[in-house]
Write a protein that binds this ligand. Structure first.
Ligand SMILES: Cc1ncc(COP(=O)(O)O)c(C=O)c1O
Length: 395
Protein backbone atom coordinates (compact mmCIF):
# COMPACT_ATOMS: atom_id res chain seq x y z
CA UNK A 1 0.00 0.00 0.00
CA UNK A 2 2.99 2.35 0.32
CA UNK A 3 4.06 5.16 -2.00
CA UNK A 4 0.61 6.04 -3.25
CA UNK A 5 0.39 9.63 -4.38
CA UNK A 6 0.29 11.91 -1.35
CA UNK A 7 -2.25 14.28 -2.75
CA UNK A 8 -5.01 12.58 -4.59
CA UNK A 9 -7.95 14.29 -6.18
CA UNK A 10 -6.13 17.61 -6.76
CA UNK A 11 -5.66 19.00 -10.22
CA UNK A 12 -1.89 19.17 -10.73
CA UNK A 13 -0.63 22.43 -12.18
CA UNK A 14 2.65 21.64 -13.94
CA UNK A 15 5.49 23.98 -13.07
CA UNK A 16 8.94 23.96 -14.56
CA UNK A 17 11.76 23.54 -12.03
CA UNK A 18 14.83 25.77 -12.09
CA UNK A 19 17.97 25.85 -9.92
CA UNK A 20 16.90 29.03 -8.20
CA UNK A 21 13.39 28.03 -7.32
CA UNK A 22 10.08 27.35 -8.97
CA UNK A 23 9.89 30.50 -11.10
CA UNK A 24 6.27 30.33 -12.10
CA UNK A 25 4.92 29.90 -8.58
CA UNK A 26 3.87 33.12 -6.91
CA UNK A 27 5.83 33.71 -3.72
CA UNK A 28 5.80 33.40 -0.80
CA UNK A 29 5.06 29.67 -0.93
CA UNK A 30 5.91 26.67 1.24
CA UNK A 31 6.75 23.75 -1.06
CA UNK A 32 6.70 20.32 0.57
CA UNK A 33 8.81 17.60 -1.06
CA UNK A 34 6.94 14.31 -1.33
CA UNK A 35 10.18 12.31 -1.80
CA UNK A 36 11.75 13.82 1.31
CA UNK A 37 8.64 13.04 3.36
CA UNK A 38 8.74 9.45 2.11
CA UNK A 39 12.45 9.24 3.03
CA UNK A 40 11.65 10.37 6.59
CA UNK A 41 8.66 8.05 6.88
CA UNK A 42 10.71 5.04 5.70
CA UNK A 43 13.27 5.77 8.45
CA UNK A 44 10.54 6.07 11.07
CA UNK A 45 8.97 2.85 9.86
CA UNK A 46 12.31 1.05 10.24
CA UNK A 47 12.42 2.22 13.87
CA UNK A 48 8.89 0.94 14.46
CA UNK A 49 9.81 -2.47 13.07
CA UNK A 50 13.29 -2.75 14.64
CA UNK A 51 12.29 -1.49 18.06
CA UNK A 52 8.74 -2.81 18.27
CA UNK A 53 7.19 0.57 19.08
CA UNK A 54 4.44 2.73 17.58
CA UNK A 55 5.15 6.21 16.21
CA UNK A 56 2.45 8.86 16.01
CA UNK A 57 2.84 12.35 14.54
CA UNK A 58 2.70 15.43 16.81
CA UNK A 59 0.39 17.82 14.95
CA UNK A 60 1.87 20.83 16.73
CA UNK A 61 4.96 20.42 14.52
CA UNK A 62 3.38 19.53 11.19
CA UNK A 63 -0.30 19.35 10.32
CA UNK A 64 -0.52 19.72 6.53
CA UNK A 65 -3.50 17.44 6.13
CA UNK A 66 -3.13 17.33 2.34
CA UNK A 67 -0.32 14.80 2.91
CA UNK A 68 -2.00 12.77 5.68
CA UNK A 69 -2.96 10.04 3.16
CA UNK A 70 0.77 9.46 2.61
CA UNK A 71 1.79 9.69 6.27
CA UNK A 72 -0.90 7.33 7.52
CA UNK A 73 0.54 4.58 5.34
CA UNK A 74 3.46 4.56 7.80
CA UNK A 75 2.45 5.98 11.18
CA UNK A 76 -0.19 4.82 13.67
CA UNK A 77 -1.93 8.11 14.33
CA UNK A 78 -1.57 11.62 15.69
CA UNK A 79 -0.61 13.36 18.93
CA UNK A 80 -2.83 16.36 19.63
CA UNK A 81 -2.46 19.12 22.20
CA UNK A 82 -5.85 20.82 21.80
CA UNK A 83 -9.43 20.19 20.80
CA UNK A 84 -8.90 21.35 17.23
CA UNK A 85 -5.77 19.28 16.71
CA UNK A 86 -7.60 16.26 18.12
CA UNK A 87 -10.48 16.80 15.70
CA UNK A 88 -8.11 17.24 12.76
CA UNK A 89 -6.32 14.01 13.66
CA UNK A 90 -9.60 12.17 14.09
CA UNK A 91 -11.28 13.46 10.92
CA UNK A 92 -8.36 13.73 8.51
CA UNK A 93 -5.75 11.19 9.65
CA UNK A 94 -7.64 8.38 11.35
CA UNK A 95 -5.73 5.78 13.34
CA UNK A 96 -5.07 6.49 17.00
CA UNK A 97 -5.63 9.97 18.45
CA UNK A 98 -3.52 10.72 21.54
CA UNK A 99 -4.23 13.92 23.45
CA UNK A 100 -1.87 15.56 25.93
CA UNK A 101 -2.20 19.16 27.14
CA UNK A 102 -1.17 21.12 30.23
CA UNK A 103 -4.86 21.40 31.25
CA UNK A 104 -8.33 20.60 29.87
CA UNK A 105 -11.40 22.82 30.16
CA UNK A 106 -14.73 21.42 31.30
CA UNK A 107 -16.43 23.01 28.27
CA UNK A 108 -14.30 21.00 25.86
CA UNK A 109 -13.87 17.76 27.75
CA UNK A 110 -16.75 15.68 26.32
CA UNK A 111 -15.85 16.59 22.75
CA UNK A 112 -12.20 15.75 23.44
CA UNK A 113 -13.30 12.32 24.68
CA UNK A 114 -15.21 11.74 21.46
CA UNK A 115 -11.97 11.92 19.42
CA UNK A 116 -9.48 10.37 21.85
CA UNK A 117 -7.94 6.93 22.01
CA UNK A 118 -5.37 7.99 24.62
CA UNK A 119 -5.84 10.99 26.88
CA UNK A 120 -3.01 12.15 29.10
CA UNK A 121 -3.51 14.31 32.19
CA UNK A 122 -0.87 16.74 33.35
CA UNK A 123 -1.76 16.60 37.05
CA UNK A 124 -3.63 14.48 39.56
CA UNK A 125 -5.89 17.45 40.34
CA UNK A 126 -7.18 17.41 36.72
CA UNK A 127 -7.47 13.61 36.77
CA UNK A 128 -9.55 13.70 39.94
CA UNK A 129 -11.71 16.51 38.53
CA UNK A 130 -12.49 14.70 35.24
CA UNK A 131 -12.33 11.09 36.44
CA UNK A 132 -16.12 10.59 36.56
CA UNK A 133 -16.70 12.08 33.11
CA UNK A 134 -13.82 9.96 31.85
CA UNK A 135 -15.32 6.77 33.30
CA UNK A 136 -18.64 7.51 31.55
CA UNK A 137 -17.05 8.00 28.12
CA UNK A 138 -18.94 6.27 25.30
CA UNK A 139 -15.68 5.85 23.44
CA UNK A 140 -13.07 3.46 24.83
CA UNK A 141 -10.31 5.80 25.93
CA UNK A 142 -7.06 4.86 27.68
CA UNK A 143 -6.06 7.42 30.29
CA UNK A 144 -2.52 8.33 31.24
CA UNK A 145 -0.51 10.71 33.41
CA UNK A 146 2.25 12.99 32.16
CA UNK A 147 5.26 12.81 34.47
CA UNK A 148 8.10 15.28 34.80
CA UNK A 149 11.37 13.37 35.23
CA UNK A 150 13.09 16.56 36.49
CA UNK A 151 16.00 15.81 34.20
CA UNK A 152 16.92 18.53 31.69
CA UNK A 153 18.51 17.85 28.30
CA UNK A 154 17.37 20.95 26.38
CA UNK A 155 19.69 23.97 26.58
CA UNK A 156 17.19 26.64 25.40
CA UNK A 157 15.02 27.45 28.46
CA UNK A 158 11.72 28.09 26.60
CA UNK A 159 11.94 24.61 25.07
CA UNK A 160 12.91 22.79 28.26
CA UNK A 161 9.90 21.04 29.84
CA UNK A 162 12.01 20.05 32.84
CA UNK A 163 13.28 23.49 33.78
CA UNK A 164 12.81 25.01 37.25
CA UNK A 165 9.14 25.58 38.18
CA UNK A 166 7.99 23.82 35.00
CA UNK A 167 4.21 23.30 34.78
CA UNK A 168 4.62 20.36 32.41
CA UNK A 169 4.05 16.98 34.00
CA UNK A 170 3.69 15.66 37.54
CA UNK A 171 6.89 15.47 39.57
CA UNK A 172 7.60 12.41 41.72
CA UNK A 173 6.85 14.45 44.83
CA UNK A 174 3.32 15.15 43.55
CA UNK A 175 2.67 11.70 42.09
CA UNK A 176 -0.32 10.21 43.93
CA UNK A 177 0.03 6.46 43.53
CA UNK A 178 -3.20 5.85 45.43
CA UNK A 179 -5.11 7.68 42.65
CA UNK A 180 -3.87 5.47 39.80
CA UNK A 181 -7.11 3.50 39.40
CA UNK A 182 -8.21 4.07 35.79
CA UNK A 183 -4.75 5.21 34.65
CA UNK A 184 -3.12 2.71 32.29
CA UNK A 185 -0.09 4.60 31.02
CA UNK A 186 2.56 7.27 31.56
CA UNK A 187 3.79 10.02 29.26
CA UNK A 188 7.00 12.01 29.44
CA UNK A 189 8.41 14.62 27.06
CA UNK A 190 11.67 16.44 27.75
CA UNK A 191 13.58 16.49 24.43
CA UNK A 192 13.84 18.97 21.57
CA UNK A 193 15.92 18.24 18.44
CA UNK A 194 18.01 15.76 20.43
CA UNK A 195 19.79 12.47 19.79
CA UNK A 196 19.27 9.06 21.37
CA UNK A 197 21.91 9.62 24.07
CA UNK A 198 19.58 12.26 25.55
CA UNK A 199 16.77 9.74 25.59
CA UNK A 200 19.07 7.20 27.29
CA UNK A 201 19.79 9.60 30.18
CA UNK A 202 16.12 10.64 30.38
CA UNK A 203 14.91 7.04 30.49
CA UNK A 204 17.26 6.38 33.38
CA UNK A 205 15.73 9.32 35.28
CA UNK A 206 12.17 8.20 34.45
CA UNK A 207 12.89 4.64 35.58
CA UNK A 208 14.56 5.77 38.80
CA UNK A 209 11.64 8.02 39.71
CA UNK A 210 8.62 6.15 38.35
CA UNK A 211 9.80 2.57 37.62
CA UNK A 212 8.00 1.26 40.70
CA UNK A 213 4.57 1.94 39.11
CA UNK A 214 5.33 0.41 35.69
CA UNK A 215 3.93 -2.95 36.77
CA UNK A 216 0.49 -1.34 37.07
CA UNK A 217 0.57 0.02 33.49
CA UNK A 218 -0.01 -1.10 29.89
CA UNK A 219 1.73 1.62 27.88
CA UNK A 220 4.25 4.44 28.01
CA UNK A 221 4.75 7.40 25.69
CA UNK A 222 8.34 8.67 25.29
CA UNK A 223 7.10 12.05 23.90
CA UNK A 224 8.68 13.97 21.04
CA UNK A 225 11.91 15.82 20.35
CA UNK A 226 13.63 12.72 18.94
CA UNK A 227 15.50 14.00 15.87
CA UNK A 228 15.35 10.56 14.29
CA UNK A 229 15.50 11.59 10.64
CA UNK A 230 18.58 13.79 11.07
CA UNK A 231 21.70 12.38 9.37
CA UNK A 232 23.74 11.87 12.55
CA UNK A 233 20.89 10.45 14.66
CA UNK A 234 21.85 7.20 16.39
CA UNK A 235 18.97 5.01 15.25
CA UNK A 236 20.68 1.82 16.45
CA UNK A 237 20.89 3.23 20.00
CA UNK A 238 17.23 4.35 19.92
CA UNK A 239 16.10 0.87 18.85
CA UNK A 240 18.30 -0.80 21.47
CA UNK A 241 16.94 1.49 24.22
CA UNK A 242 13.35 0.69 23.31
CA UNK A 243 13.96 -3.06 22.94
CA UNK A 244 15.84 -3.21 26.28
CA UNK A 245 13.09 -1.21 27.94
CA UNK A 246 10.44 -3.56 26.58
CA UNK A 247 12.45 -6.54 27.84
CA UNK A 248 12.44 -5.07 31.33
CA UNK A 249 8.79 -3.94 31.26
CA UNK A 250 6.08 -5.45 29.06
CA UNK A 251 4.59 -2.09 28.03
CA UNK A 252 3.49 -0.77 24.63
CA UNK A 253 5.93 2.02 23.75
CA UNK A 254 4.89 5.11 21.77
CA UNK A 255 7.00 7.94 20.36
CA UNK A 256 5.33 11.16 19.23
CA UNK A 257 7.82 13.24 17.23
CA UNK A 258 6.64 16.18 15.12
CA UNK A 259 9.76 17.69 13.62
CA UNK A 260 11.30 14.34 12.61
CA UNK A 261 8.42 13.67 10.22
CA UNK A 262 8.92 16.84 8.19
CA UNK A 263 12.63 17.50 8.80
CA UNK A 264 14.27 18.84 5.62
CA UNK A 265 11.06 18.02 3.76
CA UNK A 266 10.15 21.43 2.39
CA UNK A 267 11.25 24.95 1.58
CA UNK A 268 9.82 28.45 1.72
CA UNK A 269 10.30 30.28 -1.56
CA UNK A 270 10.34 34.07 -1.35
CA UNK A 271 11.20 37.04 -3.55
CA UNK A 272 13.08 40.28 -3.05
CA UNK A 273 10.76 43.30 -3.18
CA UNK A 274 13.30 46.10 -2.68
CA UNK A 275 16.97 46.71 -1.94
CA UNK A 276 17.89 49.73 0.20
CA UNK A 277 21.01 50.97 1.95
CA UNK A 278 21.52 52.11 5.54
CA UNK A 279 25.23 51.64 6.23
CA UNK A 280 24.80 48.20 4.70
CA UNK A 281 22.75 46.69 1.90
CA UNK A 282 19.33 45.53 3.05
CA UNK A 283 16.90 43.42 1.03
CA UNK A 284 13.21 43.51 1.91
CA UNK A 285 11.45 40.26 1.08
CA UNK A 286 7.84 39.27 0.45
CA UNK A 287 8.07 37.00 3.50
CA UNK A 288 8.60 37.70 7.20
CA UNK A 289 10.46 36.10 10.07
CA UNK A 290 7.74 37.27 12.47
CA UNK A 291 4.78 36.04 10.40
CA UNK A 292 6.03 33.13 8.28
CA UNK A 293 8.97 31.59 10.17
CA UNK A 294 8.44 32.66 13.80
CA UNK A 295 10.97 30.17 15.20
CA UNK A 296 13.73 32.20 13.51
CA UNK A 297 13.00 34.86 16.16
CA UNK A 298 11.75 32.59 18.94
CA UNK A 299 14.39 29.84 18.99
CA UNK A 300 16.31 31.85 17.59
CA UNK A 301 18.01 30.25 14.59
CA UNK A 302 19.40 31.12 11.18
CA UNK A 303 17.73 29.35 8.28
CA UNK A 304 19.86 28.06 5.42
CA UNK A 305 19.25 29.73 2.03
CA UNK A 306 20.13 27.66 -1.03
CA UNK A 307 23.29 29.01 -2.67
CA UNK A 308 23.89 31.74 -0.05
CA UNK A 309 26.69 32.01 2.51
CA UNK A 310 27.52 33.82 5.71
CA UNK A 311 28.19 37.58 5.60
CA UNK A 312 31.26 38.31 3.44
CA UNK A 313 31.58 34.75 2.17
CA UNK A 314 30.44 35.75 -1.34
CA UNK A 315 30.73 39.15 -3.04
CA UNK A 316 27.34 40.63 -2.12
CA UNK A 317 26.22 40.78 1.51
CA UNK A 318 22.71 41.81 2.58
CA UNK A 319 20.64 41.94 5.71
CA UNK A 320 17.38 40.17 4.84
CA UNK A 321 14.30 41.74 6.36
CA UNK A 322 10.62 40.93 6.35
CA UNK A 323 7.72 43.02 5.08
CA UNK A 324 6.19 43.79 8.50
CA UNK A 325 6.87 47.02 10.39
CA UNK A 326 8.52 45.19 13.30
CA UNK A 327 12.07 46.56 13.50
CA UNK A 328 13.29 43.12 14.53
CA UNK A 329 11.66 41.31 11.61
CA UNK A 330 15.14 40.33 10.41
CA UNK A 331 16.02 36.89 9.06
CA UNK A 332 19.77 37.45 9.17
CA UNK A 333 22.81 38.60 7.19
CA UNK A 334 23.68 36.52 4.12
CA UNK A 335 25.97 36.84 1.11
CA UNK A 336 25.28 35.93 -2.50
CA UNK A 337 27.35 35.39 -5.66
CA UNK A 338 25.24 37.86 -7.64
CA UNK A 339 23.64 41.11 -6.45
CA UNK A 340 20.03 40.83 -5.31
CA UNK A 341 17.44 42.92 -7.07
CA UNK A 342 13.64 43.16 -6.97
CA UNK A 343 12.32 39.84 -8.25
CA UNK A 344 15.34 37.74 -7.13
CA UNK A 345 14.12 34.42 -5.72
CA UNK A 346 15.36 32.99 -2.43
CA UNK A 347 14.81 29.43 -1.24
CA UNK A 348 14.75 29.00 2.56
CA UNK A 349 15.50 25.38 3.41
CA UNK A 350 13.89 23.12 6.03
CA UNK A 351 10.70 25.17 6.34
CA UNK A 352 8.05 22.43 6.57
CA UNK A 353 7.85 21.97 10.35
CA UNK A 354 6.82 24.59 12.95
CA UNK A 355 6.06 27.12 10.19
CA UNK A 356 2.56 26.56 8.73
CA UNK A 357 1.34 25.54 12.21
CA UNK A 358 2.74 28.69 13.83
CA UNK A 359 2.50 31.40 11.21
CA UNK A 360 0.22 34.40 11.59
CA UNK A 361 -1.19 37.40 9.74
CA UNK A 362 0.55 40.14 11.78
CA UNK A 363 0.35 43.45 9.87
CA UNK A 364 -2.22 41.82 7.60
CA UNK A 365 0.64 40.11 5.80
CA UNK A 366 -0.84 37.29 3.77
CA UNK A 367 0.05 33.69 4.62
CA UNK A 368 2.33 31.87 2.17
CA UNK A 369 0.61 29.47 -0.22
CA UNK A 370 1.14 25.74 0.37
CA UNK A 371 2.33 23.48 -2.44
CA UNK A 372 3.69 19.99 -2.80
CA UNK A 373 6.39 18.84 -5.18
CA UNK A 374 5.30 15.32 -6.03
CA UNK A 375 7.69 12.45 -6.73
CA UNK A 376 6.84 12.87 -10.42
CA UNK A 377 8.26 16.43 -10.34
CA UNK A 378 4.90 18.13 -10.66
CA UNK A 379 4.28 20.97 -8.24
CA UNK A 380 0.71 21.18 -7.02
CA UNK A 381 -0.58 24.28 -5.27
CA UNK A 382 -2.65 22.84 -2.44
CA UNK A 383 -3.86 26.06 -0.85
CA UNK A 384 -3.77 29.80 -1.46
CA UNK A 385 -4.77 32.32 1.18
CA UNK A 386 -6.67 35.55 0.81
CA UNK A 387 -8.26 38.48 2.58
CA UNK A 388 -10.86 36.20 4.22
CA UNK A 389 -8.19 34.28 6.12
CA UNK A 390 -7.05 37.54 7.71
CA UNK A 391 -10.50 39.06 8.33
CA UNK A 392 -12.15 35.96 9.77
CA UNK A 393 -9.81 35.87 12.74
CA UNK A 394 -10.67 39.37 13.85
CA UNK A 395 -14.41 39.48 14.56
C1 LIG B 1 4.10 16.76 24.54
C2 LIG B 1 4.83 16.91 23.25
N1 LIG B 1 4.88 15.87 22.41
C3 LIG B 1 5.52 15.95 21.21
C4 LIG B 1 6.14 17.13 20.81
C5 LIG B 1 6.80 17.18 19.46
O1 LIG B 1 8.14 17.48 19.56
P1 LIG B 1 9.08 17.56 18.26
O2 LIG B 1 8.34 18.24 17.19
O3 LIG B 1 10.27 18.32 18.75
O4 LIG B 1 9.42 16.14 17.90
C6 LIG B 1 6.12 18.24 21.67
C7 LIG B 1 6.78 19.50 21.28
O5 LIG B 1 6.80 20.47 21.96
C8 LIG B 1 5.44 18.13 22.92
O6 LIG B 1 5.36 19.17 23.76
Amino acid sequence: MKNQSAVSGLQPIRYKMTDTGTKEIQTPCYIIEEDALIRNLEILDCVQKEAGCKIIMALKGFAMFGVFPLIRQYLYGTAASSLDEARLGYEEFGGEVHICAPAYSEAEFSELLSYADHMVFNSFSQWKFFRKMAANSERKVLFGMRVNPEHSEVKVPIYDPCGRFSRLGTTRENFEEKELDGITGLHFHNLCELNADSLERTLKAVEEKFGSVFKRLKWINFGGGHHITRKDYDIALLCRLIRDFKNRYPLDVYLEPGEAIALNAGVLEASVLDVIHNRMDIAILDTSAAAHMPDVLEMPYRPVITGAGGPGEYGHTYRLGGMTCLAGDIIGDYSFRKPLKPGSRLVFEDMAHYTMVKNNTFNGVRLPSIAIRKSSGEVVIVRKFGYGDYKNRLS
